[in-house]
Design a protein around this ligand. Sequence first.
Ligand code: COA
Length: 451
Amino acid sequence: MALIDVKVPDIGDFKDVAVIELLVKPGDRVAVDQSLITVESDKASMEIPSSHAGVVKELKVQLGDKVSEGSVVLTLEAEGAAAAAAPEPAPAPVAAPAVAAAVPATAPAPTPAEAPAPTVAPAVASTPAAPHQPASAPVLGLPHASPSVRKFARELGVPLAEVKGSGPKGRITLEDVQNFTKAVMAGTVQTQAQAAHAPAPAAGTGVGLDLLPWPKVDFAKFGPIERKELGRIKKISGANLMRNAVMIPAVTNHDDADITELEAFRVQLNKEHEKSGIKVTMLAFLIKACVAALKKFPEFNSSLDGDALIFKHYWHIGFAADTPNGLVVPVIKHADQKGILQISQEMAELAKKAREGKLGPADMSGATFTISSLGGIGGRYFTPIINAPEVAILGVCKSQMEPKWDGKQFVPRLMLPLSLTWDHRVIDGAAAARFNAYLGQILADFRRVLL
Ligand code: COA
């Protein structure tokens, strides 16, 4: 029995690609062509096959390691003719580009003497990968699926070992993974993990969200289309928004604040400070007014921790900033200790950093409450999503002149629409209405901040 180093074959332009899956372990018997590891670049994932048959002696890579052509994957106690000759594997054909993986492979099937071409799948598969017929059936009952199907399953959290393959020789197809997911969502199938952890449901009670599968529409049938990947910020914020929208029982209260005098004061301040370069914004006043309301209603400045509330004795206010790359939330720290001019200046600096994509994690962490202002853009009211683990968020829209009855006549007043979304596990409707009313009083007469 000869010991053979099984190496990464020629994988084209892929260099220093990360190992994301180990498909075998020491002691496993592997066949020629059998996938040993999965590697992934930013564009594609691919399985690295074995050039020889034999028994795995030692794995030379770990999850997260970077490999390139020639990197040793494992040592193998080779069997049969290979053990006697122990030939170096012939270079594999260059890996197909990611997009080409979606169409049937045209390369000739490798012979056992050749190192087989790695199977390449798009990092985000839009169409099912081509069926790839291995030279031999998988050994040891490993889930038998193409890299794109494995990746798809990983993204959905589907345990491939529990999916029954309907393809040739039991190969798991993309449709098998989709059908398994639908069955789990519909509650007709349980994964082993669910079965192990979920309490037995009482008869007639619902389990899970029981949602319909996402509608699958071939848009191109109806007209020309273009596919663009979401940017990094959208991907990250999307996942956070989804969790917050689903997990928080959120309610929104709408109200109006009379800011006629405050706006006149703001305009006056800006005239006085014209030369300083600092522009005083309505948002700076809102931050200060919110701090006063948060101090009066401390549960709005708290976070849920199991069955307890953590009350924070600091007031860091996040504000949503629209940037070309998506929404970010920089934070004004210790807003209670800062004046309107300082807050305005810091906000301008943070908004600039946000637009230039230069905000660091410290600029965006620690908020105890958030304000999302669409005042500079327009609209009347909206329902902002709470930024967990905060328990409330204030949405602000564009102020406008409205006729208000003063007891004798209608007078023009500048009204600011407020939308306060709050977590009903922590706050109730009466407290939210009081918070909004108090905020309105402060904004109508800012001297109240001093009280
Ligand atoms: N009502 C009427 N006008 C308002 C207003 C309000 N509530 N708030 C601001 N404005 C006016 C300002 O006075 C300014 O007018 P001017 O140029 O004549 O002086 C104009 O709108 C633009 O204001 P802006 O410079 O954007 O300052 P801001 O303090 O209102 O906002 C940001 C700063 C960073 C918050 C803002 O640029 C932004 O990104 N907003 C979008 C936030 C968002 O997308 N939220 C939604 C999350 S779902």
